[in-house]
Design a protein around this ligand. Structure first.
Ligand SMILES: [Fe+2]
Length: 379
């Protein structure tokens, strides 16, 4: 591992954001402030059915801003869906994007912004700082507490032909403003609450042990772990409790600020590989991998993992065991095999994970064989 020095140069990028009850209703006002005349409202059918896209639409109408809805988006958004959205963006002569939903609509909206303004295939922007054209103004309204696409400089798009996830990392796709309202979280089903919560925890843990962490990202990562581990089980028990939902949203915000600037690690690299090959829930993939990656990485960042373990608590157990116990209390008790992953797929999964940009900041330089062993442990 590269020794950290707090004097190392680091930058910290964050969007403007407003948190609190009623934030969603500010969409129209901010669209007008950004000079949006014709908005592409990017969402998905579930969020539409729950009424949250309609609430944003009402706010736009009240502010006198026209919009076109684009909701043809699946979980793990595909590059083809991004390109269809970009065509609609251009055909409708939009000059701004508002996205309301979880990580999938938000990532897709970021992709549409890039593809719509550059008129190029979204898959050509894979990697770090490859977006050179300015993207349209973007307002994000998250309806889950996990992906943190609403504050991050990341967009994850699935290349459906090669069955792999492509990470696009660029300051250009940091939203212009995010409106963080706890109310939309109250309609999340239990499983989505659990999975997105484990995504938050994975973001915070990976950012805290990342080779690119800094004193600024550390503060946010540790606060995210504290908030999430105390609020998530209670929020699951009381899904309509706005205070608890807001705590999980704040945890996601802190984790997002941490990982957007410190990047991630092997958990996400391996989850991207799994999600691309098997179209599994991103948060669930992280949940099934996190403790195994922590155990494999422990020697490279033991002080940091011990600090994480101390926050979670759990007697005479290792930090990885404490995360495993936490996961079980949320009802996640299966393994990768139960999710449909086959042993003979592991070498290909490991090769894709090894090449993922998130692997660069993992505290331990994992070999392909070590990655295979971690998949095997999680099987
Ligand atoms: Fe994630």
């Amino acid at each position: 591992m590269i020794p950290r020095n707090q004097l190392d140069l680091r930058k910290f990028v964050a969007p403007e954001f407003i948190c609190g009850r009623g934030a969603l209703e500010l969409a129209g006002r901010y669209a007008r402030n950004f000079g949006m005349k014709q908005v592409l409202l990017v969402t998905d059918r579930g969020v539409r059915a729950a009424g949250w896209a309609g609430a944003v639409a009402d706010s736009l109408t009240e502010a006198g801003v026209s919009f076109t809805v684009f909701d043809a988006i699946s979980p793990n958004p595909r590059s083809r869906q991004v390109m269809v959205g970009a065509e609609v963006y251009v055909a409708e002569e939009c000059n701004g994007i508002i996205t309301v939903g979880g990580g999938s609509p938000m990532d897709c909206a970021k992709g549409i912004g890039i593809a719509g303004s550059s008129r190029r295939d979204i898959l050509g922007f894979e990697g770090i700082d490859r977006v050179s054209v300015p993207t349209p103004p973007l307002i994000c309204i998250p309806t889950t507490a996990g992906s943190s696409a609403d504050v991050s400089q990341f967009a994850i798009i699935t290349d459906e032909t090669r069955k792999r996830k492509v990470a696009i990392v660029s300051k250009m796709i940091v939203p212009d403003i995010s409106l963080l309202d706890p109310e939309p979280l109250t309609t999340m089903p239990r499983e989505l609450t659990v999975d997105t919560g484990m995504d938050t925890l994975s973001h915070a843990v990976e950012a805290y042990v990342s080779n690119a962490s800094s004193p600024m990202t550390d503060v946010h990562a540790l606060e995210a772990i504290r908030l999430l581990t105390s609020a998530l089980p209670a929020a699951i028990a009381e899904p309509e409790n706005l205070d608890l939902r807001f705590s999980t949203l704040l945890a996601s915000l802190h984790a997002g600020l941490a990982f957007s600037n410190a990047s991630l690690g092997a958990v996400h690299a391996m989850a991207h590989s799994l999600g691309g090959a098997y179209d599994l829930s991103h948060g669930r993939c992280n949940a099934l991998l996190l403790e195994h990656v922590m155990a494999a990485n422990y020697g490279a960042a033991s002080d940091r993992y011990d600090r994480i373990g101390a926050i979670i608590g759990g007697g005479e157990t290792t930090p990885a065991e404490r995360v495993a116990a936490f996961r079980r209390t949320l009802g996640i008790t299966e393994t990768l095999a139960a999710a449909g992953v086959r042993e003979d797929a592991i070498p290909a999964l490991a090769a894709a994970a090894y090449a993922d940009p998130c692997m660069v900041t993992n505290p331990h330089n994992l070999t392909c064989e070590e990655i295979e062993r971690i998949y095997d442990d999680a099987l």
